[in-house]
Write a protein that binds this ligand. Structure first.
Ligand code: BEZ
Length: 256
């Protein structure tokens, strides 16, 4: 029942925001949820770097699309500054980054000056990644980024702190959704990119709190009689009360 009330609230809000006929909003609600492994929806949007076609902008890179609630807010400023500092790390991982919020491009451009100053880089330097304007909430609605607990002065929901990671095949690989009051941990975002890029090429999965170079788990799909050929570095089977030999560890495979 609670969920249904929420759904109706969302329905009414989207009607108001987008001035979309109620029948069309019903269609939006019928859109199926995006699942990991599916093609990430393409869109065009205005940004601080001009009009962007998301798939074309990605090219052959991995991409991180991250939204934030509002310009000129303290937590967001620390996050966007952190992303500036991490640009060399994203480049090492062939990963492009793009921000999004419900504010206008003019507002983004003004705010970028504060972010650059907070990041402690030269004010004359170009802001190193684009920020999308989504004041109609079109992309935020399509991707389920709205946070009904955070409203703007007109009572419209702001975008949550969403993170979407898309691979070079435009596949949707990961999403994390944070509330407005919790800033993101960008070391974690680099860590999951490392894990996905490693596990795309090696027959391993990465355990809890893994970091690049740490011990990995042999995939359950690798049969015991293939262990020596697939993992010449060796495999350790951890004894467990069940007697099942499923917890198999190996040194982190070299990727290049
Ligand atoms: C912030 O970025 O500081 C913020 C934005 C919206 C709600 C709470 C905090």
């Amino acid at each position: 029942m609670k969920e249904r009330v929420r759904e109706i609230q969302n329905f009414n809000l989207i009607s108001q925001i987008s001035h979309t006929p109620r029948r069309a909003v019903k269609t939006i609600f019928k859109l199926k949820m995006l699942l990991l492994g599916e093609t990430f929806p393409n869109f065009t949007a205005d940004s601080t770097a001009g009009e962007i076609n998301f798939h074309e902008w990605l090219g052959d890179s991995w991409g991180i699309l991250f939204s934030h609630p509002s310009d000129f807010t303290p937590v967001c400023t620390t996050e966007l500054a952190r992303v500036i500092k991490l640009m060399p790390e994203f480049a090492k991982r062939n990963t492009k980054v793009i921000g999004l919020s419900c504010d206008s491009i003019a507002s983004h451009v003004e705010w970028c000056k504060d972010i650059i100053t907070y990041a402690g880089i030269n004010e004359d330097e170009k802001f190193p990644y684009p920020i999308i304007e989504d004041n109609q909430r079109k992309i935020a609605t399509k991707l389920g980024m709205l946070d009904n607990d955070e409203l703007d002065t007109a009572g419209m929901p702001l975008t949550a702190r969403a993170v979407f990671i898309v691979d070079p095949n435009k596949k949707y690989r990961l999403s994390i959704l944070y509330p407005a009051t919790t800033g993101r941990n960008f070391d974690e975002i680099l860590r999951v990119i490392d894990s996905m890029q490693l596990t795309d090429t090696a027959k391993v999965a990465t355990p809890a709190d893994w970091k690049m170079g740490g011990e990995c788990m042999v995939l359950p799909t690798v049969p015991d009689d293939k262990l020596t050929s697939v993992f010449p570095q060796g495999v350790t089977v951890v004894p467990l009360p069940s007697g099942k030999k499923y917890l198999r560890k190996t040194a982190c495979p070299k990727t290049h």
